[in-house]
Design a protein around this ligand. Structure first.
Ligand code: NAD
Length: 298
């Protein structure tokens, strides 16, 4: 059987960041200011620190302002809410991202609900969830939006295709299903209680795996020629003693013998998330400044 085409998310994300940079410079010329993204990090979680650092670097590299706010792990919830309110009111800030997870003494839902929905570039506020569900313009969570961009780049129109999304989280699975429905796919959402998951996945022209279980989806679950998007990021022991490696939720070796196209891990969906965050920030800047932007052009 032939090998699947590799969907190069790293290259696509680089192209997207290039388009963001171009439009960001046009925005600056027209608005007389740079677009700005504020990122709030509470505590010292090492993975979150790396994400925040990368977001800041890439924001600046695209010609936008990055405002980083680092708060101690024992910061009170009221102080965090006060900072979010300050950022809501700051005209230099177009997008606000509060890095999750928050320390356990804080209520994440309450914090997200305090962000102005028009600055909620992560798309987690219930107003944006409702806008997505009803087809109104808003902000869509970055990872699933990145997946749809990769799918449309690969397949063109998705209309009429059978799609199976494995996972129903608020961050990936649910918005992914909404986006694929909006693209006129016939969508099945599978999850931990789904009966005979391999049989369900075998029906799909498009498989999106967002489970968090290393290499769970096997090659013999995949319909020949299907397009496979692997959102999973799982750290597992590597062959070499004491080392670890990243794998997805799909068993890449067996799935790539059957699929038509597949995203690798790393280098597939992962790099898309920050690139889409920058795109969402630029879109927010245009909307906030009342400057027209062809949002489909980036
Ligand atoms: P989550 O834990 O919130 O949700 C996992 C979902 O998988 C749940 O809805 C659950 O019902 C389902 N599930 C669990 N076990 C299952 C099983 N045996 N069969 C079928 N379904 C099962 O996770 P999440 O936040 O949606 O993340 C999923 C994966 O995607 C993780 O590996 C995460 O690291 C990764 N992720 C990657 C990015 C990125 O930038 N590429 C972003 C977010 C999440």
């Amino acid at each position: 059987m032939s090998e699947a085409a590799i969907i190069d998310g790293k290259a696509f994300a680089e192209g997207l960041r290039g388009r963001v940079a171009e439009f960001a410079s046009q925005f600056e010329a027209r608005a007389g200011r740079k677009a700005g993204l504020a990122v709030v990090l509470v505590g010292e979680d090492p993975a979150s620190q790396v994400y925040v650092r990368n977001k800041g670097k890439q924001t600046v590299a695209c010609g936008m302002n990055s405002f980083e706010h680092k708060l101690a792990a024992d910061t009170g919830e009221a102080d965090l809410l006060a900072l979010v309110e300050k950022l809501n009111a700051d005209p230099a800030v177009d997008g606000i991202l509060v890095q999750l997870p928050l320390p356990s003494h804080m209520n994440e839902q309450k914090v997200i609900a305090t962000i102005n929905p028009d600055k909620d570039v992560d798309g987690f506020h219930v107003v944006n969830v409702g806008r997505l569900a009803t087809g109104l313009p808003g902000f869509v969570p970055c990872t699933p939006l990145g997946c749809v961009m990769l799918l449309k780049d690969r397949l063109g129109s998705l209309s009429g295709l059978d799609a199976v999304v494995i996972g129903r989280s608020n961050i990936v699975g649910k918005p992914m299903a909404q986006l694929l429905t909006a693209e006129s796919c016939t969508v099945t959402v599978a999850h931990s209680r789904t009966k005979d998951l391999p049989e369900v996945v075998r029906r799909a022209d498009i498989v999106v795996a967002a489970v968090g279980r290393p290499e769970m989806v096997k090659g013999d679950w995949i319909k020949p020629g299907a397009t496979v998007i692997d959102v999973g990021i799982n750290r597992v022991p590597a062959a070499e003693e004491g080392k670890t490696k990243l794998v997805g939720d799909v068993d890449f070796v067996s799935a790539s013998q059957v699929a038509g196209a597949i995203t690798p891990v790393p280098g597939g969906v992962g790099p898309m998330t920050i690139a889409v965050l920058l795109r969402n920030t630029l879109v927010a800047a245009h909307r906030n400044a009342g400057i027209v932007l062809d949002e489909n052009a980036i």
